[in-house]
Design a protein around this ligand. Structure first.
Ligand code: COA
Ligand code: MG
Length: 307
């Protein structure tokens, strides 16, 4: 039985804009060269699924070259192969040399997978600020998502974000990736719930049909309503829809500011509940409003080229 530790409040972690998180195959020089012109919040340079087995070493070298002059304008994450694969250990060592903001572990099945990566990073002398992201994309990963998230409660844990891997989930379970994702939704919600339990961010899976503007807008809307912080993407054409859906709209920002300002009025100091325009507003809404404003600040800073 795992020892119960106090749950890390998500507000303890800095708010990072992760509306649009674009995968780029590590061996696609042309796509890597395009990143600077793209308005995505973060980039995942991929050594796993998008790189064929006989291209892994060349992709690692391409990564080393690219990261040696990486820009500091947003988060850059390096997706390695699983430690159980023939490439995982070499990828992890290469990742530490590349110094991304985070390493993304695919196919996280159980808490021990996280602990093994944490131990590997420690042995390799990775800096404390190198974060760990984990993909939940296998039947075992879904069944163990809460236990995996619980590893984030350990002191010094690097675990920071869950990423839904919908293509692998569909492959492993036979579930259809149909519009609306009817049968995937319960598992996606498990990922969101578990992420929150661990105080982590959660990113939705990719949409393969990158030419379908209506489909990406609808799926981003759905992801936001499920509680995801952003969406992983495969093509530049999907960035705008994700930024729009997961960003804070002007109306939401104005409402958050109204809540903060109203609670701040002398007559409302010390109150737990107030009335604004005919609705009840409690301290929990104040907390939510402050978080929204923090998100707006983070988004604006990112647009100005700061991560
Ligand atoms: N990141 C950055 N740039 C990308 C990109 C990406 N993920 N996908 C495409 N581009 C670039 C192309 O290089 C091309 O640039 P150019 O105008 O300078 O030639 C431009 O966007 C238009 O690309 P397009 O011709 O529409 O697509 P494509 O046929 O080159 O690529 C895919 C289509 C699906 C192969 C490609 O988008 C891709 O590899 N995506 C990521 C796949 C991945 O990482 N999968 C693993 C996680 S699921
Ligand atoms: Mg995969």
């Amino acid at each position: 039985m795992t020892e119960k530790k106090p749950i890390a409040a998500s507000s303890d972690r800095p708010v990072r804009p992760r509306r649009s998180v674009l995968y780029v195959p590590a061996n696609n020089e042309r796509a890597l060269g395009k990143i600077a012109s793209l308005d995505c919040d973060a980039v995942i340079v991929d050594l796993e699924d998008s790189v064929a087995p006989d291209g892994k070493e060349a992709a690692r070298q391409a990564c080393a070259r690219w990261f040696s002059s990486r820009p500091m304008d947003r988060e850059y994450i390096l997706r390695i192969n699983a430690l159980s694969s023939p490439w995982g250990s070499d990828d992890l060592a290469a990742a530490v040399r590349c110094a991304p903001d985070a390493v993304l572990l695919p196919k996280a099945d159980k808490p021990q997978d996280i602990r093994a990566i944490e131990a590997g990073l420690r042995d390799l002398g990775a800096p404390d600020n190198l974060r760990l992201w984990a993909m939940i994309e296998t039947p075992a990963g879904i069944c163990n998502a809460r236990a995996i998230a619980e590893t984030a409660h350990a002191p010094g844990s690097r675990l920071d974000c869950f990423v839904a891997g919908t293509n692998d989930l569909a492959k492993e379970t036979g579930t259809a990736l149909s519009p609306g994702r009817t049968y995937l939704v319960p598992w996606l919600m498990e990922i969101v719930l578990s992420a929150r339990y661990g105080g982590l961010d959660a990113l939705d899976g990719v949409l393969n049909e990158f030419r379908d503007a209506g489909a990406i807008a609808a799926e981003c809307r759905q992801g936001r309503e499920m509680g995801f912080d952003g969406k992983t993407l495969i093509h530049p054409a999907q960035i705008e829809a994700a930024n729009a859906a997961f960003g804070v709209s002007g109306d939401r920002e104005a409402d958050a500011r109204l809540i903060v300002d109203t609670f701040d009025k002398p007559e409302n100091r010390g109150k737990g509940v107030i009335r604004i325009d005919g609705r009840m507003v409690e301290l929990l809404h104040l907390e939510q409003a402050k978080k929204t404003l923090e998100k707006v600040r983070a988004q604006r800073a990112r647009s100005k080229g700061n991560p």
